[in-house]
Ligand binder design. Structure first.
Ligand code: NAP
Length: 311
């Protein structure tokens, strides 16, 4: 006889990035039944990150490798992991009922939202058309296609500069197109990039179109805000790192989001609905790092235990 699928858990963590995996570790170690639900492979944005140099304990570690290690830790006390994109959350007294895109319905009294962020698109002509044909949002995934080629990176934050540096290990030249007259990235990261002779910065410049020959990207059209000039830059690939958006669509109806769509919480990671917590990049927070995500996860993993005991 087929084993009946478990649909009710003490705690359900939506999103299995660093924050979610840490919450699952803490909650399962407190002997609670825990399900981590994720729309894809565990690890979240770690899977799109090359070297991480600011996570304590490691001088430098590859994102996917850290994801694997965290998963081993997160599941060692019985936390389960399943695929599924949560589409809807309904409240029924203390119960939170989650429906996934696969039609599965799960119930829990303690819901931890750890869905993180996804990369923003530029919204210019050619961007969607050449997706997967030269336009990419993930240097770790697609960088190898551009060995000895010229690529453009759009954006001036930590992601653009760090991932640009990663790309210099593969590409011949990396041109970072920055819309303002300065970078937003941390000073140390800027310093490292400036010493890299394969990297070039073009300031005061916005990409207005991605160009291609119908098969693949051939370059971009840019506009210089200082001179007013429009020109074309040749490139074999365009990597876009223009910021991120919170993945909170299924939680809109709960009244727990701020104007930008991030979940508002108190210091104990509790959102405005009893039994709902939010952690990591999806939370309204001044700093989004792997280190802060696991800190949030530890607090939430312990708080769900306190919350369930109080019922
Ligand atoms: P971000 O810090 O929001 O930076 C986005 C960059 O894209 C900014 O330079 C912004 O320009 C630019 N931009 C926004 N819209 C644009 C558009 N339409 N066209 C061109 N440029 C545009 O995003 P992020 O770099 O993805 O980082 C996200 C978070 O993760 C941050 O909190 C960051 O510190 C963190 N992070 C940390 C590390 C690390 O510590 N090693 C690594 C990666 C990410 P403006 O400056 O003009 O707004």
């Amino acid at each position: 006889m087929a084993e009946e699928k478990q649909t009710s858990y003490d705690v359900i963590v939506v999103g299995a990035g660093p924050a979610g995996m840490t919450a699952a570790l803490y909650a399962s170690r407190a002997n609670l039944s825990v399900l981590m639900l994720d729309r894809g492979i565990y690890g979240g944005n770690l899977n799109n990150t090359a070297a991480i140099e600011n996570y304590p304990g490691f001088k430098s570690i590859q994102g996917p490798e850290l994801a694997q290690d965290m998963y081993q830790g997160a599941t060692q006390f019985g936390a389960q992991y399943a695929y599924g994109t949560v589409e809807k959350v309904e409240l029924d007294g203390d119960l939170k009922r989650l429906t996934t895109d696969m039609g599965d319905v799960f119930e829990t009294k303690a819901l931890v939202i750890a869905t993180g962020t996804q990369q923003r698109h530029m919204g210019v002509p050619g961007e969607e058309e050449y997706g997967g044909r030269g336009v990419s949002y993930c240097a770790v995934c697609d960088g190898a296609f551009f060995k000895n080629k010229h690529v453009i990176v759009v954006g001036g934050g930590d992601s653009a500069v760090e991932e640009g540096m990663y790309l210099t290990q593969l590409a011949d030249k990396v041109t970072v197109v920055v819309r303002r007259d300065q970078l937003r990235a941390q000073p140390l990261i800027q310093e490292q990039a400036k010493q890299n002779n394969k990297m070039e910065f073009v300031f005061n410049t916005s990409v207005t179109e991605v160009l291609g020959d119908e098969n693949k990207v051939t370059g971009v059209k840019v506009h210089n805000s200082q001179t007013g000039a429009d020109e074309q830059l040749q490139a074999d690939g365009v990597f876009i790192y223009v910021g991120s958006l919170p993945m909170t669509a299924p939680f809109k109806n709960l009244g727990i989001l701020n104007e930008q769509g991030y979940v508002k919480t108190n210091d104990l990671m509790a959102a405005d609905v009893p039994g709902i917590f939010a952690i990591g990049d999806v939370r309204e927070t001044p700093l989004r790092q792997v280190a802060t995500a696991v800190g949030d996860g530890a607090i939430a993993g312990q708080q769900v235990y306190q919350y369930l005991r109080s019922l």
